[in-house]
Design a protein around this ligand. Structure first.
Ligand code: FES
Length: 175
């Protein structure tokens, strides 16, 4: 009788231990899952072989002057049939710069080409200022805004930017 009681007690204790271990194991698994999730969040979600070209729309959708494309953080400039594109990403810490209309349009030599400048660019984060062709003129920005290559998609005629292809200020795309 006594032995039976002992066996019963032992079985209960074993069962408790088992449940305790099971619970602890589940806890560890949960923590591990969470740790993996938070570590994963530290890794940029970038696919390195993603295409760098983006279709921007038909050239007819671009007005003369400047159009800001928030998704690409890009300014596309049009002067008749000639286009160029400048990044809106501040070269200091990457905020999006804003275009501010000049009180007077001026024409300047940009990369050896006469260019109408209608805006300058201001960074709301730390006050960097860029001229209409993207040259940094004041504030902490260490270098000019980036110019990207434009082309036209052969399949549907949309304007295409290549965000991995930096070009100099002489670049213009003419339709
Ligand atoms: S991010 Fe533009 S000035 Fe600092």
């Amino acid at each position: 009788m006594g032995e039976q009681h002992d066996n019963h007690t032992k079985a209960t204790v074993d069962r408790r231990n088992f449940l305790y271990k099971l619970g602890a194991g589940a806890g560890v698994a949960a923590i591990a899952t969470q740790a993996t999730a938070s570590l994963r969040s530290l890794v940029p979600n970038v696919s390195y072989d993603a295409p760098t070209t983006v279709k921007l729309g038909l050239p007819a959708e671009f007005p003369d002057g400047l159009k800001f494309l928030p998704d690409e953080r890009l300014f596309v400039f049009r002067d008749g049939n000639t286009f160029h594109a400048i990044s809106a990403v501040c070269t200091h810490l990457g905020c999006t710069v804003r275009a501010s209309a000049l009180s007077q349009v001026r024409t300047a030599d940009v990369g050896g080409k006469k260019t109408r400048l209608t805006h300058e660019f201001l960074c709301p984060c730390h006050g960097s200022k860029y001229t209409g062709e993207g040259t940094n003129v004041s504030g902490p920005a260490p270098k000019p805004l980036t110019w990207f290559r434009l082309s036209v998609a052969p399949d549907d005629g949309q304007l295409v930017v290549d965000l991995a292809d930096e070009v100099d200020h002489a670049f213009r795309f003419t339709l």
